[in-house]
Write a protein that binds this ligand. Sequence first.
Ligand code: PLP
Length: 381
Amino acid sequence: MTRETVYLDHNAASPLRPEARAALLAGLELTGNPSSVHAHGRALRNLIETGRQQVARLAGAEPKQVVFTGSATEAITQAIVGGAKAFAAGAVAFSAGEHAAVGKAAEATGLPHWTIGLDADGRIDLDQLAAVLRRADDENVALLVAVHWVNNETGVVQPIERINALVGPTRHTLFVDAVQALGKLPLEFAASAPDMMAVSGHKIGAPAGIGALLVKAHADVVRLIPGGGQEQGRRGGTESAALIAAFGAAADATHYDNATMSAMTAALEAGLKHLAPGTVVFGEHASRIGNVTNFAVPGLGNATAMMALDLMGLSVSSGSACSSGKVGASHVLAAMGVPRDLANCALRVSFGWNSTPTDVDAFLAGFETLLSRQKRGGKAA
Ligand code: PLP
């Protein structure tokens, strides 16, 4: 890119960290297959096992609980499709705020879905979760419960301790999508209730194309890709040692500071409310992770606003871009009861490891220009 750009879309993908780039390039220099017993193979195997220890450390997992996958989407699919089969589930229960990967995987199981709603601030409704567990017991159905820890659109932190306390002691299986929580909150996978968790490299500054499923020993039977016995038989296919090394290096380099992130988000929200007093911040009354805000200025459509901001070199998101790059309606905001016309104005700004307060200033300056154009009745773009 030739012009100055400000990247404010870390929840979509965080820029490659220098440590991850160095580990990736070093890994790519190596030759061979990590399953080979000769020196070339052993060198690759070493990279993988070091990466496993580093990712495990960040997730509070034991290294043997880390199964590398090609993405969190793959890990989620393994957990849900593989988990439903391995644990003979009779239904999949998941919240209305899950990433599309969860709903699609649940669909692929062919089992009934039981949806758990969100409240107006984006929190998973614990009464509905409890009701779903009671129903499973009444109908004598083994349930696979899938919830997310931190919402990718709103940053709402789900009451995971209470979810763990509700589902943990039951015979039902608990899967947690921890993609937006990794590196931001202590996951403590080994010491907590979830049977499985999914994480992703590109949200913490590794390249895309590497994720992991964290599994407890009893969930080692959960399989999706049989293949040639890699990852202790839990995920077939020759591992990319370079990507795993980059994931590990990014994990080691992650020192998230929620106070700094929250301060930037608070400054941005205060600035927005000053510029546009009608600004609505979604999930404002819930506990939110510091690095993200999702807001709407009523009457300012997000497709037009994103385009105008893009022309000013400001990369933000609507929080619900679908794979075609079009702006779609947010199922998360819909589940929170946000009216469609307001949801169509939602913009997401997310910070990360290389964000600075000058990014906030740049965004607010651009947004002020956008609003004044809108006021003058001209096109926002
Ligand atoms: N779950 C959440 C909460 C996410 O934010 C994302 C990515 O946006 C995913 C799952 C999918 O991750 P990946 O891109 O590694 O498949």
